[in-house]
Design a binder for this molecule. Structure first.
Ligand code: SAH
Length: 222
């Protein structure tokens, strides 16, 4: 079980870090709806048994297959920056443990999430089902192509670092939509970028902050 005290302590740390980084990120504080969603998702349920005691520490953790669940601060910040609304349809590339998808599932109408590693996709799908998140659909596949059957998306979140934004993801973003994606080389020098598509389909970009994500595999590199 999540102890309320542990969760409140973690949320306190996240809120402090959000305040400290506000000048870089443009995000001064987390909204009430993101705080509530965050408090409602048990992070330990997305971790291997042995790491569960560390679930409410503000750190990334390994989830097997050389992948990681992101640091809670980054997850909360990215969720806030997506500016989701209750009726939104969101695409995630990089399901991993399913934790970010679960959080989004509490905030929007529908989440579609793609994971390239079959075992992770399968595990995440089971966890999301057990938590009763019927509005999150997981598919095993390469996120470079997006999920055309359900496009366009109000928001797209990529949780693995790419050298450039995959063109299909730009195409599948709705006018008015937001995309968060870590861009940069495999090791070091990555930055989280926030892209917006305006009503005319023009893209603007903003650098949010330096980050460290696992690489986006597949695509042209496979
Ligand atoms: N959002 C996750 C963390 C993701 S770690 C969470 O909340 O736990 C990044 C994930 O992206 C890894 O699981 C990795 O296997 C996956 N990934 C890497 N390249 C991918 C691709 N081309 N398409 C889909 N998933 C990919």
């Amino acid at each position: 079980m999540t102890s309320t005290a542990e969760m409140q302590f973690l949320l306190g740390e996240i809120c402090a870090e959000v305040r400290e980084t506000r000048e870089h990120t443009g995000c001064a504080k987390l909204s009430q709806r993101v705080l509530e969603a965050f408090a409602a998702v048990p992070r330990h349920a997305f971790l291997p048994e042995a790491l569960r005691p560390a679930a409410y520490i503000n750190r990334p953790l390994p989830i097997g297959h050389e992948q990681t669940i992101s640091q809670p601060y980054i997850v909360a910040l990215m969720t806030e920056l997506l500016e989701t609304e209750a009726e939104d349809v969101v695409l995630e590339v990089g399901t991993g443990s399913g934790y970010q998808a679960a959080l989004l599932g509490r905030l929007v109408r529908q989440v579609y999430t793609l994971e390239i590693i079959a075992a992770l996709a399968w595990q995440a799908s089971g966890r999301l089902r057990d938590l009763g998140l019927g509005n999150v659909e997981v598919r095993q596949g390469d996120g470079h192509g997006g999920w055309p059957e359900h496009a366009p998306f109000d928001a797209i979140i990529v949780t693995a670092a790419a050298p450039a934004v995959p063109p299909a993801l730009i195409e599948q973003l709705k006018p008015g939509g937001r995309m968060l994606i870590p861009l940069g080389p495999r090791h070091g020098g990555q930055e989280l970028q926030l892209l917006r598509k305006d009503a005319l389909g023009r893209i603007s970009r903003k650098v949010v902050l330096p980050v460290v994500f696992v690489p986006l595999t597949g695509g042209a590199q496979s």
